[in-house]
Design a protein around this ligand. Structure first.
Ligand code: AHR
Length: 507
């Protein structure tokens, strides 16, 4: 199937926000305990954190990590996680029906984030707590010295403030599953008052108000409008959470998830503009896609949720440890294409989550850590997708999908890095057809440096996965790419296998 792509290297759409390559560490299942943290593990550092996992986090190219939840944060007392370990309380954790030992808290996570080279994005509890507790956490974290809370932090071992800039005001408050679930008006008022107090305490903070949990929520749209009417003057970002999965073998719809995310982002961007206009505010509010991924949520809801939420109170249980296949990885790659394309509106994004829990990195207690299939598109996009997104025009046939209607068979985005190199990210959504892609890049005479494709491995199928003992899914060299130049234009021709995600870099 022939597809044509024109890339206009001189026409910048937007700079790519480095925070687009964020991750998410929740006190859930084995993300923290037996994930990033396992004191007895052979690779554990002096603080009890696994070096092998940390190495993979660095390789993944994560820039910012949202912490400590998620649903967890809505029942969390941050004070439980600071101070001498022996005095930290053990608590029932009601969001995931687990026992929380509080061995890892603010100090431990901030130290880990520093060693990982990632910014902390801290969430405050607006489910069961409020303005004062959020302010206390901010003062404890960011005030240099001389007050009760800042001196408490110093006594607890952090002489210097943590300097946390980025704060989430609650999590998924629109969802009835959320501890302390609220109406849009209730949440909007609380978020506004919390934001005001936090800014009084530290004017440098950047604040994310909670948008909808997904686009199918009955309150979607009205929730954003109402919350923004309360908070637009004070908020810097509004969140979007988006999870995708394959339903009943409908691979065509699943592979078109990027089109679903495009619509979600465009709708939220429209609502932001509408409310800013209505309020006469001359400012920008970014979209923080602070939870996104493939997640087989129907399986969790139908087969596990009820028993987990009424069962025992285990420590670090195995929860939603989805094993990702080739198709999932291609979808993750295509969602990244959608995020990059929306760099003008999306200010940050966090792949949910980082380790074990619906994660690109898996590990076993006392055992190895390994890369899931979804690791690769994220790592390659983070490595090559920094710079500015440029305009591109695609001419491709469409494929009919039951979830998203007619969707182009191919999707692509192009990024020019500061050093002048250009990376094209391309997905072939067809389950059966090979695509012949011809591309013309106008504005520079370039040489192909590298072309990689993630697709069905030899001897495997679209359901192939990476496990503890065997990891057959990884990008391979995309052979047969022809590159030529004519004046200040560069031409490429290549073939893309069905169900594939590719990245080509030229210089
Ligand atoms: O990432 C898993 C869960 O998904 C988070 O705790 C919650 O915010 C969302 O529903």
């Amino acid at each position: 199937i022939p597809v044509d792509l024109r890339v206009h290297l001189g026409e910048t759409v937007a700079a790519v926000p480095p925070r687009l390559f964020g991750g998410f560490v929740e006190h859930m299942g084995r993300c923290v305990y037996q994930g990033i943290y396992e004191p007895g593990h052979p690779s554990a550092d002096a603080h009890g954190f696994r070096e092998d996992v940390l190495e993979l986090v660095r390789e993944l190219g994560v820039t910012v990590a949202r912490y400590p939840g998620g649903n967890f944060v809505s029942g969390y007392r941050w004070e439980d996680g600071v101070g001498p370990l022996a005095q930290r309380p053990v608590r029932l954790e009601a969001a995931w029906h687990s026992t929380e030992t509080n061995e890892v808290g603010l100090h431990e996570f901030a130290g880990w984030a520093q060693r990982a080279g990632v910014e902390v994005m801290q969430a405050v509890n607006l489910g069961t707590r409020g303005v004062l507790e959020a302010g206390d956490l901010l003062e404890y974290s960011n005030h240099p010295a001389g007050t009760a809370l800042s001196e408490q932090r110093r006594t607890n071992g952090a002489d210097e403030p943590f300097g946390i800039t980025l704060w989430c005001l609650g999590n998924e408050m629109d969802g009835p599953w959320q501890i302390g679930h609220k109406t849009a008006d209730e949440y909007g008022r609380l978020a506004a008052e919390t934001a005001r107090y936090m800014r009084f305490l530290d004017h440098r903070v950047e604040l994310v108000v909670a948008g909808s949990s997904n686009m199918e929520m009955p309150t979607f749209g009205e929730w954003e409008r109402t919350v923004l009417r309360h908070t637009a003057e004070l908020a810097d970002h509004i969140s979007v959470h988006a999870y995708y999965e394959e339903f009943d073998g409908d691979a065509a719809s699943f592979l078109a998830s990027g089109a679903g995310l495009d619509r979600y982002l465009d709708t939220v961007a429209g609502i932001i503009d509408e409310v800013l206009r209505e309020l006469g505010l001359d400012k920008q509010i970014g979209i923080s896609v602070d939870e996104w991924n493939v997640w087989y949520q129907r399986d969790w809801n139908e087969n596990h949720k009820d028993s987990v939420l009424s069962g025992d109170w285990p420590q670090a249980p195995r929860l939603i440890e989805d094993e990702y296949n080739v198709t999932d990885a291609v979808v993750v790659g295509s969602l990244l294409i959608s995020l990059l394309r929306h760099s003008d509106r999306v200010s940050m994004a966090n792949l949910a989550q980082l380790v074990n829990v619906i994660a690109p990195i898996r590990c076993e207690p006392d055992g190895p850590a390994w890369r899931q299939t979804t690791f690769f598109p994220f790592a390659l996009t983070s490595a090559r997708g920094r710079g500015r997104v440029v305009r591109s025009d695609l001419t491709a046939p469409t494929v009919g999908t039951s979830r998203y209607g007619d969707v182009e068979l191919v999707d692509a985005v192009s990024v020019v890095a500061d050093d002048g190199s250009v990376s094209l990210f391309v997905v072939n959504r067809s389950t059966t057809e090979t695509v012949s892609l011809t591309t013309e890049l106008t504005g520079a005479s370039l040489i192909l440096q590298d072309a990689q494709v993630l697709t069905v491995p030899e001897g495997g199928d679209r359901f192939s996965t990476n496990t503890q003992t065997s990891q057959p899914v990884a990008p391979v060299t995309l052979d047969g790419v022809h590159c030529s130049t004519a004046g200040d234009a560069t031409r490429l021709s290549l073939t893309l296998p069905p169900i594939s995600w590719s990245v080509l870099t030229l210089r």
